[in-house]
Structures are given as C-alpha cells and as structure tokens.
Design a protein around this ligand. Structure first.
Ligand code: TYM
Length: 333
C-alpha cells in the first residue's frame, strides 16, 4: 500500500433488496473504518450470478448497492467502492486459486449445501466454486482484515487455507487475512422466524425490513413480528423474538440492553414494537434521503465508479502480476 495502513476488504452481493440485517450487521460498522485502514468495499456482482438474475433489474440493483454504500456514509474518496466485475483480475486469480483448492474442501461448505438445496434446479459450478472467487477478492488486495458476519466465517477460513498453501509452495505471495471483529455487529434475525437470520432472499417479505421500506411498512412489519405469550420486554434465550427486537432497538438507538429493558418495564409488547419501528425509521430516513439525492446525480456517480474501478484495478493487478511470476507463467509482452 502507499501508506502504512493495514488493508481491510469486504463487500456485499448485489442480490435482492438489502435488509436491516445487512445494515446493522455490516454496512453501519464499516463507516469510518477508513480512518484506520485502507478500505476496499466491493459490489460483488460476479457472486450474484450464481443464481439467475434478470439483466435489467440486476444492473439497477448493482448500481443501487454502490449508491447505498455512499448514502450509508462510506466516503468514496477515502474508501475504494467498486464493482467486482469491472476488475478482471478477480476472475483470473479465481481460476488460479481453483487449481490449489480441493474438492473435499469445497464439499464441506455449508453455504453451498444450503444454496444447492434452495436452488435445486440450478446447482451450477459457480455456486460450488463461490468460495474460491471470494478468496480471490480478498487475496488480490493483500487484505489484513475482513469484516464479515458469522455466516461468512467458513469462507474466510478456506481463504486462509488456500493462501497458506500457495505461500507454502511459492514463498511469500499473499497476506494471510484475519476476520475483523470491530464493534459487535448484531446478528439480526427474521421478524417472522427468529431462529433464522434476516435475509434478502427470504420469501416471506414480512420477515425482513428492507432498507428501502417506507415508514408505514416498517411499522406494519414490526407490529407483526413474532414474539411470545409472555408480556415482559426482557433479553433471554427463551424469548428469541423479543431478544431480536431488543437487538434491533439497541443497535439503532445506541442504548444498552439493560437500559432498554428498564425503559419498557411494565409496558406491553405493542408499545415496545412501535418504539422499535420508530428507531428503525429514524436511522434509515437520512440514508434513504441521501440515496434518492445521489441516485439523481448520474454524472457524479459515474465519475466515482470510474475513479474507484481504476484504483481497485491498480492494486489487484499488482498482486496478479506477482502471482503470475511466482507460479511461472510467461511474461506478457
Ligand atoms: P452477503 O451479501 O450475504 O452479506 C453482506 C454482509 O452482511 C452480513 N449479514 C448480516 N449481518 C447480520 N445480520 C444479518 N441478518 C445479516 N445478513 C447478512 C454478512 O455477514 C456480510 O458481512 N459472500 C459474501 C460477499 C462477498 C465477500 C467477499 C465478503 C463476496 N466476496 C469478500 C467479504 C470478502 C456475501 O454473500 O455476503
């Protein structure tokens, strides 16, 4: 890197509508990390095509995700926000890494098993080699840290295994990335089934609050959230619905769980749910407004894309050249 900062790398798939889980568990915690780290945030559009996408809709979603990164507070001058598919080094390194990854390792990936079960009509090779592409994303930028939720932990482990294997054969090629645990990012669960994570691919739209939901929708979804037959607002394993709402409430308000429990002592679930909705609306509103404003400024966004794609390609190609040399490919004249 140009400076002494450690490198941090992460991103999101441009699939479906982003949820409050993506925001509270990831995006919100990414803002300001650039003060301490050199940050790269990809719009992971190549991963998205492991499931079928409608082209026009997909193009819009990917661009919207980049705009949302900015609207959420990621400064596009101080962070590198770019499209994975615009930097061809991702595909090239992915092929190379695939030749150093064992099928036995990929067979163990739980996300592949889950997704294969969900999309049984389209179990394609890309879905299977998904973790190899993710390893390429991370290793291309010689990332020191990768902030991801628990659901991505296994993918980070295989990335480390592949990198260590290659370093073992060819010497110092890649930085070995570590998971980044910053301020605890809440794991947000579905409002309809608090045993499942809130997910953009959930078929039950009432289970997820989308970042684009308007206030009425948010109130409706919070009111309908599954709770229990008790009436105490208390954080407890046997109260997963209420605990999830408390996680949402505290992540949005900045209050602690004991503070929130005290606030709603003796009050009913109805009042609590409304307060949760109000906090969510308050947090999402400025981002939604900024998103609308930025969406109208096509020239500005186009300029950001061009600059950041070039910056990402510069760093990615540097690593790719090193890898090509180390493994013995002939030089490109
Ligand atoms: P993706 O797009 O599924 O999710 C993006 C980020 O959001 C987190 N997340 C959640 N956190 C808390 N509660 C939830 N309900 C919730 N749902 C999602 C995820 O942990 C993740 O951090 N494979 C990755 C994208 C990717 C990537 C990479 C990430 C591709 N290449 C390289 C890091 C580095 C994915 O599908 O994330």
């Amino acid at each position: 890197m140009l400076n002494d900062k450690k490198v941090l790398y992460s991103g999101m798939q441009a699939t479906g509508n982003l949820t409050l889980g993506n925001y509270l568990g990831a995006l919100k915690n990414w803002v300001n990390l650039n003060e301490e780290y050199e940050c790269f945030w990809g719009v992971m559009d190549m991963h998205s095509i492991t499931v079928r996408q409608e082209p026009a809709e997909f193009r819009k979603r990917a661009r919207n995700l980049l705009i949302l990164y900015i609207a959420a507070g990621l400064d596009p001058v101080k962070n590198c926000l770019y499209f994975q598919s615009h930097v061809s080094a991702h595909a090239e390194l992915s092929w190379i890494l695939g030749c150093f990854t064992y099928m036995g390792e990929l067979n163990r990936m739980t996300q592949f098993k889950d997704k294969a079960a969900k999309h049984s009509d389209n179990i394609n090779a890309g879905l299977y080699t998904y973790p190899v592409l993710m390893a390429a994303d991370i290793l291309l930028y010689q990332a020191d840290y990768v902030p991801v939720g628990k659901d991505q932990k296994q993918h980070l482990e295989i990335t480390r295994d592949i990198a260590e294997r290659i370093n073992g054969i060819y010497g110092d090629v890649f930085t070995i990335p570590e998971p980044y645990f910053g301020k605890a990012g809440a794991k947000i669960m579905s409002l309809q089934d608090p045993s499942k994570k809130m997910s953009k691919s959930d078929e039950n739209i009432n289970g997820s609050i989308y970042l684009t939901d308007d206030p009425d929708t948010i109130v409706r979804k919070c009111k309908r959230a599954v709770t229990d037959s008790d009436s105490q607002v208390r954080y407890s394993e046997d109260k997963p619905g209420i605990s999830n709402l408390l996680d949402i409430y505290t992540a949005c308000s900045g209050k602690t769980i004991p503070e929130a429990e005290k606030e709603f002592e003796g009050k009913g679930y109805g009042e609590f749910k409304l307060a949760v909705a109000e906090e969510v609306i308050r947090v999402l509103k400025p981002m939604q407004e900024e998103f609308e404003r930025l969406s109208r400024d096509k020239a500005y966004i186009d300029g950001i894309i061009k600059e950041n794609d070039a910056k990402a390609a510069y760093f990615a190609n540097k690593t790719l050249r090193k890898v090509r040399r180390k493994i013995g490919f002939t030089d490109i004249k």
